[in-house]
Design a protein around this ligand. Structure first.
Ligand code: COA
Length: 206
């Protein structure tokens, strides 16, 4: 009689996509997942995107860079729950990123966070960044409520990045100042422009 063999059970690969923190008609914002690394790399590996980002955003943005970022934002206590993927509805493809970081330095700004965001070039010019920044900042003020006491969101925009300034203005941010010639990247110096949004400037429940 022929012996029957059965394979030992194997753990299925994780296929679940993290639940969104925010949804709008055209996008959803959710934690990154390792399954996003290829899409992130393809969207982020573009000098036109990197040009206006800080040095935390690598250029070239390799597949390994994407994997490292996703690992950091999904496992490090300092970054978990602070950086997210912007994904198109309904298919859920990641097309960019958005997140909040504590301001560097002086220790007297515990109620302030800095906003960062980017979209791959294929997603530009459709109002998606405005939709993402508007929805994400409303979520942040609600989620980082009484305990975390988020009071203010900063956004620093490199001079010449008119599209980003416009996004922030449309999302309710106020233009607060310009640090002349403060920035230098890719061999060019530029102003850095500060936008700010206060909790009380939004129609939120207390
Ligand atoms: C900045 C960025 C997020 C904008 O994304 P987007 O989805 O194209 O933005 P939106 O479509 O929501 O809005 C862009 C606005 O800027 C305007 N705009 C675009 N290019 C412009 C330019 N060169 N000059 C003036 N306004 C410009 C658009 O007309 C639009 O305004 P409107 O709705 O009043 O017409 C995207 O270009 C990007 O990721 N850039 C690289 C990374 C980056 O700059 N991140 C932000 C760092 S602070």
């Amino acid at each position: 009689m022929a012996a029957t063999t059965t394979s030992p059970p194997t753990d299925p690969l994780p296929t679940t996509t993290p639940a969104p923190i925010v949804t709008t008609p055209r996008i959803l914002i959710r934690p990154w997942s390792q399954a996003d690394a290829e899409d992130m790399h393809k969207a982020a590996n573009n000098l036109k995107v990197a040009r206006y980002m800080t040095l935390r955003f690598p250029s070239p943005h390799t597949l390994a860079s994407a994997e490292e970022w996703i690992t950091l934002t999904t496992t490090s206590a300092a970054t978990v729950g602070k950086h997210f993927a912007i994904c198109l509805q309904p298919e859920g493809t990641p097309v960019g990123g958005i997140g909040l970081t504590p301001p560097p330095g002086n220790g007297v700004e515990p109620r302030t966070r800095e906003l960062g965001y980017w979209l791959g070039e294929a997603a530009w010019g459709q109002g998606l960044a405005t939709e993402a920044v508007t929805a994400f900042t409303r979520w942040a003020f609600s989620a980082l409520g009484p305990e975390e006491g988020l009071r203010r969101i900063d956004a620093w925009v490199f001079g010449g990045n008119e599209a980003s300034g416009r996004v922030l203005t449309k999302a309710g941010f106020v233009l607060e100042g310009r640090r002349r010639k403060a920035g230098f990247k890719f061999g060019e110096e530029f102003d850095i422009v500060l936008y700010g949004l206060l909790r009380e400037e939004l129609p939120l429940p207390n």
